[in-house]
Design a protein around this ligand. Structure first.
Ligand SMILES: *[C@@H]1O[C@H](CO)[C@@H](O)[C@H](O)[C@H]1NC(C)=O
Ligand SMILES: *[C@@H]1O[C@H](CO)[C@@H](O)[C@H](O)[C@H]1NC(C)=O
Ligand SMILES: *[C@@H]1O[C@H](CO)[C@@H](O)[C@H](O)[C@H]1NC(C)=O
Ligand SMILES: *[C@@H]1O[C@H](CO)[C@@H](O)[C@H](O)[C@H]1NC(C)=O
Length: 242
């Protein structure tokens, strides 16, 4: 499996490529489009291997990840459904990035958000992904992402790998590595795939199930994965209490 390399590489990079966090105009158009079915842009050919593998990051950049209205969800194969539990007391911010940035390096989490939105208590929002997309998301209370001193997302991460063309598998996990490294709050998050019995989670009180932390970051057998390139629907609960 490539997932070990994927995860370790995501965290190990020293590359910097920050943007101002504004969405490219095509994503704004897609997010706002509630009349016609949203569509991905073109696909980019995969590059690299193992830790530096970059699959499809969309052409134009980021057009492989769309925030869509619920009514379109059944038209897409790779979906993350973000849910904020009712006991949440405020709106949370979610940013989504590609593993690889515009420069082709493993640095999309340095501010190259391809989606950036808020979610209210009890609300569900839907993000869809094109084939061979890898990356992550961060979720935290408020209206902007939590960053570390070098501009990388440093709340709890969710990581995704949909229909990886190099290993013909999909995978997902929750990771507190970035938050712990920055000595910042580890927010609870759970990710379950409807096609699998396995969830990955870290609860608000710190219970870790199939998830990455500073203590286990060198292990290669943590992220749940699904063989093949079939549909994957991830149910993502933010502010997860367990
Ligand atoms: C999209 O339209 C549906 C009704 O078809 C409506 O319920 C929903 O709030 C709209 N979403 C947005 C983001 O405007
Ligand atoms: C840890 O934080 C430092 C900055 O304090 C950063 O340079 C480094 O990339 C981070 N490492 C991880 C694994 O997040
Ligand atoms: C997934 O669940 C199966 C049992 O359904 C278990 O054998 C396997 O170890 C789990 N894998 C992960 C990565 O959690
Ligand atoms: C990927 O795996 C699925 C399920 O095992 C299989 O049907 C398909 O042919 C595989 N595709 C590639 C490109 O290997």
């Amino acid at each position: 499996m490539q997932l070990k390399a994927f995860i370790i590489c995501l965290m190990a990079t020293g590359a910097y490529a920050c943007t101002d966090g504004q969405l490219p105009s095509n994503q704004q158009a897609h997010a706002a489009n509630n009349i016609t079915k949203p569509e991905f842009g073109g696909q980019t050919p995969p590059k690299g291997t193992g830790a530096t593998y970059c699959g499809n990051h969309g052409n134009p950049y980021g057009s492989n990840i769309l925030l869509i209205d619920k009514k379109w969800v059944s038209s897409f194969k790779y979906v993350a459904q973000f849910y904020s539990p009712p006991e949440t007391t405020e709106s949370w911010n979610i940013v989504v990035w590609n593993k690889c940035g515009k420069d082709g390096g493993v640095d999309g989490f340095f501010g190259e958000w391809v989606q950036n939105f808020q979610i209210a208590p009890s609300e569900t929002k839907y993000v869809v992904f094109d084939e061979d997309s890898q990356g992550g998301w961060g979720a935290a209370p408020g209206t902007s992402p939590v960053l570390n001193s070098v501009g990388s997302c440093a709340s709890t991460w969710g990581e995704f790998d949909f229909a990886n063309a190099a290993n013909n598998a999909s995978g997902y996990d929750v990771s507190s590595i970035a938050a712990q490294n920055a000595t910042l709050t580890v927010q609870g998050m759970q990710i379950c795939a409807t096609q699998s019995n396995n969830c990955s989670s870290i609860s608000n009180s710190g219970t870790v199930i199939n998830a990455y932390t500073e203590a286990n970051q060198d292990r290669n057998d943590i992220a749940p994965w699904l063989i093949g390139d079939g549909p994957v629907t991830l149910d993502v609960t933010i502010n997860f209490s367990g």
